[in-house]
Design a protein around this ligand. Sequence first.
Ligand SMILES: Cc1ncc(COP(=O)(O)O)c(C=O)c1O
Length: 345
Amino acid sequence: MGNRGFASDNNAGVLPEVMQAIADANSGHAIAYGGDEYTREAEAALRRVFGEATQCYFVFNGTGANVVALQAMARSYEGVVCAATAHINVDECGAPEKLSGCKLIDVPTPDGKLSPELIAPVLHGFGFEHHVQPRVLSLTQASEMGTLYSIEELRALCAYAHERGLLVHMDGARLSNAAAALNCSLADISVKVGVDVLSLGATKNGLMFGEAVLVFNPELQGPLKYIRKQSTQLFSKMRFLSAQYTAFLKNELWRKSARHANQMAQLLAREVGAIKEVQLTQKVESNAVFALIPKEWIAPLQAAYFFYVWDENRSEVRWMTSFDTTEADIHEFVAQMRRIAELKG
Ligand SMILES: Cc1ncc(COP(=O)(O)O)c(C=O)c1O
């Protein structure tokens, strides 16, 4: 593996236990498209965590999970309320709109989180044929800004949405980072607070690939398998995807690796926060650190460690930690930043 940096948790490799599970699944033949024993085992493991009524649909990636979920939840004349910063709104190249046909109703929010107060103004026009009908509230946990909804905030938002006839979708690309940080179960912040459909991510926390759409609302379960296939998200050699989930859930491997990534983000935030020119812009609650840094530091720092500029105008950058980040990685990165500070100083 190359230099470990802070560009994205997607830049990390694969957890050894997950790699082993893929290798172990590589024996003999197994029925394709999910008709195999590995997939049954992974589904059973997911049901133990999320409840026996959960329907599981494995897909290739997070964008795929979101587009499959949203198509199952809304028709093209309906709307999906989300944070303006939501991945479905800014980082999926319009796939949710293209495939579901739904308008995304994006709500500005300073920290990536929505609240009843923020969404109330866009919940109007119900029954008016000229107006897109708000139908889904999509929440991201952990949010794209690395912030977290508490269990109480989620419960209140789901109740608020349901009272107004909306369903709740959760983009849980980093649900395990959120659960590790909140010291709760994966179910506590999804099915138990009233989420109807969850895009459960695991790739950012150590899988090679593959996410799962988990349907908790029994009224939505019928068409999912057709939607998944039509959306090109049905994997033929499914055992290699599903076997990873069994390993990920076993003895809560996800919690160990997510907790480590979160702790590394805390350390990174402390270390960079001690540099006077650096200003953290978001609470560090999961595995992301957002900061304003002097513009002239960006290129030389990126030459040593690639990372993304979040907002060029503000000179705001995003650093992500992952399951394999080490304290030494952080110390070296911060030392490099201090060297640049001296040179530019
Ligand atoms: C919050 C969130 N949702 C969904 C995704 C989609 O993941 P993928 O790149 O696998 O489509 C990402 C990836 O960065 C993400 O951060």
